[in-house]
Design a protein around this ligand. Structure first.
Ligand code: ACM
Length: 445
C-alpha cells in the first residue's frame, strides 16, 4: 500500500492546526479524501489554500481536484491553448435544479496555470495532503469539445454546430469524446502535463456517467469498434480507459476512476487501478473481488452537496437527505465483511460537487460541519457514537467559527443561507436506491 498516500507526505507539525475531533492514534485508512469540483465552479486560489488548511486540520490526506467537466476546463495545457481560452468560460449558468430551473446570463470563467497548481501541490504536501488531479474522460467532455470539436462524435462541423461553449446546464450530457487514435493521443498529451505538475502517484481519469448513444449511432465509431474487435460500447469505454491507463502506467502512475470504469469488463484496466465506488456497494465489491484497491465514496453517505434535511428551507435541495447524523452512521467496512473485501478498501472520500455551491459561503455550508463527522469515520474506520460526538460538537462548531467557516447551524440554515424560490429536486432514499440498482445492474451480473 506504499503507493497510496498516508505515510508519504510529511506533516509539518508546527503549522498543522487540528480540529477538536477524535483523531488519535493511527488512522484506519491510508486514503482519507475529499473531492472538490472546481470544474463547475472555479475557485480563486486563496480559497483553495484555505480549503487545504481546513481539510488538513480534519486529519484528511487527499484532495482530489475535479479539474474538468462539461461546464468548464480549469487546467492550463500550453499545447492546447483553447482548452483554457474557450473551455474555461461559459456565458451563463443553470440556476436551481430540475425542470423549473432557469439559466442566468452571468459569465463564469477561470483556470489555474501550471505554476499555480505546482505551488498548491507543494503547499498541500507540506500539510500532509496529496493533491490527486482528475481529468474526466471520455464523458463530461463538453468543455473540451467547445475548444476542440474534432475530438467529438460525428465530425468537427457537426460538433461545432451542437456546442459553442461549455455547458450552461447541469446533468449528464450525451456529448463524449470520439475514439480516434488522435483523440486518445490528445488525452495522453494532456495527462503528460498533469503528471508534470502533480506529484501524486495516483491520477484520476474520470470515466463516470458516459452516455454511449452517440457512439452507438455513429458509423465511424462502429467501424473503429469492428476494426479493433470490440463487441459493444461498454467494452469500448473500457478500451478507451485502458489506453489512457496504460499511458499513465508508463509514467509510473496508477489511475483512480469512478466505478463505471469496471463496466464492459476489466479489459485493459490495469490491475493496480483504484476504483472510486460511488454508486452503492456493487462497484466496490466487484473492484475488490477483481483485485483492485477501492476508495469508498457512496453518495448516500458522502456526497456533501446532498441536502442536509428535508426542510423546505434547505437551499436548492438535491439528492437524498444526508444530515450530519447520517454521515456519522457511515460504516465503510462492517465488522462481518470478508477479508477479501476488507483488505481492498484503502480509503474513504467525501465528494463535494459544486453545481449549486457558487460562493465560498455556500461551499462552507455544504461541507461543515458534516466534514467533521466524516473525518472521524475516515480516521477511526467506523460509525460514530452519536451521543459522544454530540458532546464534542459545540467545541468543533466554535473552532469552525473561529476560522470563519460559514457552517450550517445544527437547527437549519439562517435566512441568508437559504435560496427561496430557487427550485431543487429532492429525492427519497428509496428512489435513489432503486436508481442505483438499475445503474449498477451490469456490474452485478
Ligand atoms: C459522480 O458522482 N458522477 C462520480
Amino acid at each position: 500500500m506504499s503507493a497510496l498516500p498516508g505515510s508519504a507526505a510529511p506533516v509539518d507539525g508546527a503549522r498543522a492546526d487540528r480540529a477538536p475531533l477524535a483523531l488519535d492514534g493511527e488512522p484506519r485508512f491510508a486514503w482519507r479524501g475529499v473531492m472538490l469540483d472546481v470544474a463547475r465552479r472555479f475557485r480563486p486560489l486563496p480559497d483553495l489554500y484555505r480549503f487545504v488548511d481546513l481539510v488538513a486540520a480534519h486529519g484528511l490526506n487527499v484532495l482530489q481536484l475535479h479539474l474538468t467537466d462539461d461546464q468548464g476546463w480549469r487546467f492550463e495545457v500550453p499545447r492546447y491553448p483553447r482548452l483554457t481560452e474557450v473551455g474555461a468560460r461559459r456565458s451563463g449558468t443553470q440556476v436551481g435544479h430540475g425542470p423549473a430551473s432557469t439559466v442566468d446570463d452571468v459569465p463564469h470563467e477561470g483556470w489555474y496555470s501550471q505554476e499555480d497548481l505546482r505551488e498548491l501541490v507543494r503547499y498541500a504536501g507540506e500539510r500532509g495532503i496529496r493533491v490527486v488531479p482528475e481529468v474526466d474522460v471520455p464523458g463530461h467532455a463538453t468543455a473540451i469539445l467547445a475548444a476542440y470539436p474534432e475530438f467529438g462524435v460525428g465530425g468537427a462541423d457537426a460538433v461545432r454546430e451542437r456546442i459553442g461553449e461549455p455547458w450552461k446546464r447541469f446533468g449528464v450530457s450525451d456529448e463524449l469524446l470520439n475514439v480516434e487514435d488522435a483523440t486518445v493521443a490528445f488525452v495522453c498529451d494532456v495527462l503528460d502535463d498533469v503528471c508534470d505538475v502533480f506529484d501524486s502517484d495516483v491520477v484520476g481519469f474520470g470515466g463516470d456517467e458516459v452516455r454511449k448513444d452517440r457512439w452507438r449511432d455513429d458509423p465511424r465509431t462502429q467501424e473503429l469498434m469492428a476494426e479493433r474487435g470490440i463487441a459493444d460500447e461498454g467494452e469500448l469505454q473500457a478500451w478507451f480507459l485502458g489506453r489512457v491507463a496504460d499511458h499513465l502506467a508508463a509514467q509510473g502512475r496508477r489511475v483512480v476512476g469512478w466505478d463505471e470504469m469496471l463496466e464492459g469488463g476489466a479489459r485493459g484496466i490495469p490491475a493496480d487501478a483504484v476504483v472510486a465506488s460511488w454508486r452503492g456497494p456493487v462497484g466496490a465489491e466487484l473492484g475488490a473481488r477483481t483485485g483492485h484497491d477501492v476508495v469508498l465514496c457512496p453518495d448516500l453517505w458522502t456526497y456533501l452537496d446532498y441536502r442536509q434535511s428535508d426542510a423546505a428551507t434547505e437551499p436548492i435541495p438535491v439528492g437524498t437527505v444526508l444530515s450530519i447524523e447520517d454521515v456519522a452512521t457511515f460504516d465503510p467496512v462492517p465488522a462481518d465483511a470478508p477479508a477479501w473485501y476488507a483488505d481492498r478498501i484503502v480509503g474513504v472520500q467525501a465528494n463535494v460537487w459544486c453545481e449549486h455551491l457558487d460562493t465560498r459561503d455556500r461551499l462552507d455550508y455544504a461541507v461543515f460541519p458534516r466534514l467533521g463527522a466524516f473525518a472521524e469515520v475516515a480516521w477511526n474506520g467506523g460509525p460514530l457514537d452519536w451521543a459522544d460526538f454530540a458532546t464534542r460538537l459545540p467545541g468543533y462548531l466554535a473552532w469552525l467559527g473561529e476560522r470563519g467557516a460559514d457552517f450550517r447551524p445544527l437547527d437549519g440554515p439562517r435566512p441568508d443561507q437559504q435560496r427561496p424560490g430557487v427550485p431543487g429536486v429532492p429525492r427519497s432514499r428509496e428512489e435513489r436506491l432503486a436508481e442505483l440498482a438499475r445503474l449498477t445492474a451490469s456490474l452485478a451480473e
